[in-house]
Design a protein. Structure first.
Length: 201
């Protein structure tokens, strides 16, 4: 098992015409506006927020990451600090169709399911975590209202920062088991942000 975590930003298959056609059919402006308008079709009315007030620079910083990486009592599969809203696409026929076609056309032979679908307001975040209790490949399809959000990960040696553009972007990476070299990552949403996660295992 490599000690290096690789995150593929806008992997090649997401530029293919058949993927773009499939994606744009489902995740269009109507979908974005429905989420921003808090449509009951997608909103679970569930704000997931830390009980304590936090300093974001500290929570998302290097010192915090080093501290929890050295904590052998927790695996941090779920972030300790966060502020976002949970979305649900599982019961929507259109998005079930997208999931099935994504599996058939791009990940045939694998299990593909929605995992980690969230809305962040203009100052939302998810602290450092590993998702190690749900290992496998993870595809994140992310929309931002402007280019003020960041996805951060530790590659085994250093922290990497990806400044997410306005509009849609894509990330593909492996989530390792808790017994392996963990995949540490975090999010800061400086803009309205919609994140649609797909677990591939």
């Amino acid at each position: 098992m490599s000690n290096t975590t690789l995150v593929y930003v806008n992997p090649k298959f997401t530029d293919q015409e058949d993927f773009r056609d499939l994606f744009n059919l489902h995740f269009n402006n109507d979908f974005i506006n429905s989420v921003l308008d808090k449509d009951d079709k997608y909103w679970l009315d569930s704000n997931i927020k830390s009980n304590e007030e936090v300093d974001l620079q500290s929570v998302l910083g290097k010192n915090e990451l080093e501290k929890i990486m050295n904590d052998k009592t927790h695996n941090y599969s779920v972030a300790k600090h966060m502020d976002m809203w949970r979305l649900s696409l599982k019961k929507n026929d259109s998005f079930e169709s997208f999931r099935k076609k994504l599996k058939e056309n791009f990940f045939n032979g694998f299990q593909v399911k929605y995992k980690g679908c969230f809305y962040y307001n203009g100052d939302g975040y998810m602290g450092w975590h590993t998702n190690c209790e749900a290992p496998g490949r993870r595809l994140y399809m992310t929309w931002n209202s402007s280019d003020k959000s960041y996805f951060m990960w530790h590659d085994g040696e250093m922290i990497n920062n990806f400044k997410e553009p306005a509009g849609w972007s894509f990330k593909l990476f492996d989530i390792n088991k808790c017994s392996e070299n963990k995949t540490w990552h975090s999010v800061y949403a400086g803009a309205e942000r919609i994140s649609i996660g797909m677990q591939i295992s």
